[in-house]
Every structure is written in C-alpha cells, then in structure tokens.
Design a protein around this ligand. Structure first.
Ligand SMILES: O=P(O)(O)OC[C@H]1O[C@@H](O)[C@H](O)[C@@H]1O
Length: 156
C-alpha cells in the first residue's frame, strides 16, 4: 500500500522507525514531515497528509505526535478521513475490523517503539468486517454524520 506518514517534533523519532518498518514490508511511504526534532506546529504536517488520504493520493495515513490525539483531531476534520488513536494492538485491531479507519494516530511520548511497531503491524494487516451487518451499519452511520457536517473536497 501507499502510506502517508506525518507528525511533529514529538513524533519524529518514532515516525522514522515506522517508515523503516513499512518500507521493509514492501509498502510505499510518502513522508509529509516534519523532518527533524526541531519544534514545529502539528497542523502544518497533519493537514496536508490527511488531505492526501482524503484525495486518494495514498491508501492510508499513519500520524505520530506526542500523545496521538492532536493528529486525530486534525485528521478527523477532513471529509473522508477516519482517524483513531491507538496505543495498544487490541485497539488497533478493532480500529480496522470494527471501524474501518484509514488513519492511525500514535503518541510517541506514550508508548515505546516495540509496542508502536506492533500496533502498526496489526493495523496494517487487519481487514474491516464489512460483511458483519452491525459493523457495516455503524460505519455507515459515521459516514452519514460526516456527510451532514463536513464539506466534501469538491465543495471547497
Ligand atoms: O513538545 P511540546 O511542543 O511541548 O508538545 C507537543 C506535543 O504535545 C501535545 O500537544 C501533542 O502531542 C504534541 O505532539
């Protein structure tokens, strides 16, 4: 898959490890920055990366800041982006199987890289259970809410 990665200074080190993992597994990585541990503002990097997901320029996104929620807040403001903060592999599995997320957010200050890489592996390899009626119904309801409240890219 083609994966957008992005984050701020607090996620930089883990982002580099995630990039290496994804590349070793045969994925194509598009790095939206930041590119060092120099302090920066998270929205400057997450917004363009989330847009790339929404526009279908990449298949999914993995965003990393200090605690994870900042990336999810920004990403979920974009129509077509469904981001979850996952700090353990169980959450990562359900974020795909139940919720069909297309963006994974991780907190580099919260978990160590061994757990973070396990989260990425699980999230990347778990399919949405779209043939289970209750999960499809719930995901459809989230899509309906975004259709009511978020502008489609074509309307911007
Ligand atoms: O390093 P500073 O700027 O103090 O904190 C940045 C982090 O703190 C939280 O808001 C976010 O997780 C962000 O990545």
């Amino acid at each position: 898959m083609k994966i957008a990665v992005a984050g701020d200074h607090a996620g930089f080190s883990l982002k580099e490890e995630v990039k290496a993992l994804l590349t070793s597994q045969g994925h194509e990585v598009v790095d939206f920055g930041t590119h060092s541990e120099e302090a920066c503002d998270l929205p400057d990097y997450i917004y363009p990366a989330a847009l790339a997901v929404a526009e279908g320029k990449v298949d999914r996104g993995i965003f990393i800041d200090g605690v994870g929620y900042g990336s999810a807040m920004i990403a979920n403001k974009i129509y077509g982006v469904y981001a979850a903060v996952c700090q353990d592999p169980f959450c990562a599995e359900l974020a795909r199987s139940h919720s069909n997320t297309n963006v994974l957010c991780i907190g580099g200050k919260i978990i160590g890289s061994a757990i973070a890489l396990e989260i990425v592996k699980v999230w990347m390899t778990t399919d949405h259970l779209g043939d289970v009626e209750k999960y499809k119904r719930r995901v459809d309801k989230v899509v309906e809410i975004s259709e009511k409240h978020l502008k489609k890219l074509s309307e911007l």
